[in-house]
Structures are given as C-alpha cells and as structure tokens.
Design a protein around this ligand. Structure first.
Ligand code: GRF
Length: 204
C-alpha cells in the first residue's frame, strides 16, 4: 500500500527572553503532539535563554538585535526576510518584548500568534502579571491570540484561567501561568493553522 507523506507545518518563533514557550513548542512538535516543525527562531537579545535553548535543541537561530536597526519597520522587514528564507508558514511570538508593525502583520496575515500572561483584554502590555497582582484579581491566566497593530489586542484563540493564591508574588503567579501557557500555545497554533487550512494543506 502506498504511504502518504505528511508535511509538517513550518513554524517560525520570535523570542526575547528565557524561551520556555519556544522549547515547549519544539518538544510538542517532536513528540508528534503538533503536526509542525520549528524551522527558525529569531531572538533580539544576543545570548538570551531562548538562543541557548535553540543551540541545544539544534533549531536554527537568527539574532536580530533591535539596537542595530533604525526603526521598528526595519527590524520587522528583517524578520520577514529571515522567516521567508526559511519558508515559514506561521509565526509565533513567544515572549517577544518588542512592539511589532504592520510590516510583519501583513507578511503573515492571521498567521502571527502571540502568547500573553493575562486574561485579555485585562492587563495588556508589559508587566501583566504585576498589573494583575496590583489590581487584586483572584483569577488571572494567559491568552493566545492573533496579532494586530493594537498591542495585545487581536482576536483571541485560546485562554486558560489561573487562580491568584494568598501570598502570591509575581514570581509564583508567573510560574503558575507559564504552565498553562505551555499547554495552550501549541493548541492555539494548531487552531490558527486549521482555520487557515494550513494543516490540511500540509497533507500531500
Ligand atoms: C510569557 O509569560 C509570555 O506570556 C510573555 O513572555 C513570557 C515568555 O516566557 N509574552 P518564556 O520566555 O517563553 O519562558
């Protein structure tokens, strides 16, 4: 019987920090939990944890230090070029701490997914975990969503709620939220790709 080759969805990932969501995506792909392959990581902070993880995992990593670019558009143009060269179909912002421009969004229409550590639309922007603690909410969480120009403002794909416990500080709450991010981000990527017919198209 002839076997049918299934081509994995080609993912790009953008990260600025420790890269635990990046590694979790790579692991989900390698375990067969997500019919995808992380083809390219881009970091903007040379030597960051995400870059170190990529080197350990054998994932190609590009360093685009934002300090070397004249404008946000110029950085985003370089991101587009890097992902296009790797034939990336869908891009995940997994802790990318820069504001992105229409340049990147237009290059990957509905193919740009962000993970944010709050239940959006509450607590957009930086230090979302601290914002939630300061507001005294008893329930926080994380949101995977499509990226639009408005920061943390695009259509929501998946959310997970996380309780705020007595005595929580930013570190303990962030740790609990991270566990849920690792659970929902691969599922959100699959959902976005399915809606676009990208996972179906990968069969051939
Ligand atoms: C996550 O909390 C994510 O929601 C936010 O940045 C953090 C990245 O964590 N955007 P990591 O680098 O994946 O560990």
């Amino acid at each position: 019987m002839a076997s049918v080759a299934v081509r994995p969805l080609r993912l790009g990932v953008m990260a600025s920090g420790s890269g635990s969501n990046f590694e979790n995506l790579v692991t989900a792909c390698r375990r067969g939990e997500l019919a995808a392959e992380v083809r390219q990581l881009v970091v903007n902070n040379p030597g960051c944890g995400a870059q170190q993880r990529a080197e350990r995992l054998g994932v190609p990593v590009g360093v685009l230090d934002h300090r070397g670019f004249q404008s946000r558009e110029a950085l985003d143009a370089a991101l587009v070029e890097t992902f296009r060269s790797a034939a990336v179909e869908l891009v995940v912002m997994a802790g990318w701490m820069r504001i992105v421009t229409q340049r990147l969004i237009d290059a990957f229409p509905d193919r740009l997914v962000n993970i944010h550590p709050s239940l959006l639309p509450s607590f957009r922007g930086a230090r979302a975990v601290e914002q939630a603690l300061q507001a005294g909410v008893r329930l926080s969480g994380c949101t995977a969503h499509l990226v639009r120009l408005e920061v943390d403002g695009g259509p929501i794909l998946i959310q997970a709620a996380v309780p705020v416990l007595e005595g929580d500080d930013a570190a303990s709450l962030a740790k609990r939220i991270h566990r849920q991010e690792h659970r929902i981000l691969p599922a959100a990527v699959a959902l976005a790709a399915l809606r676009l017919g990208l996972l179906q198209n990968a069969q051939g």
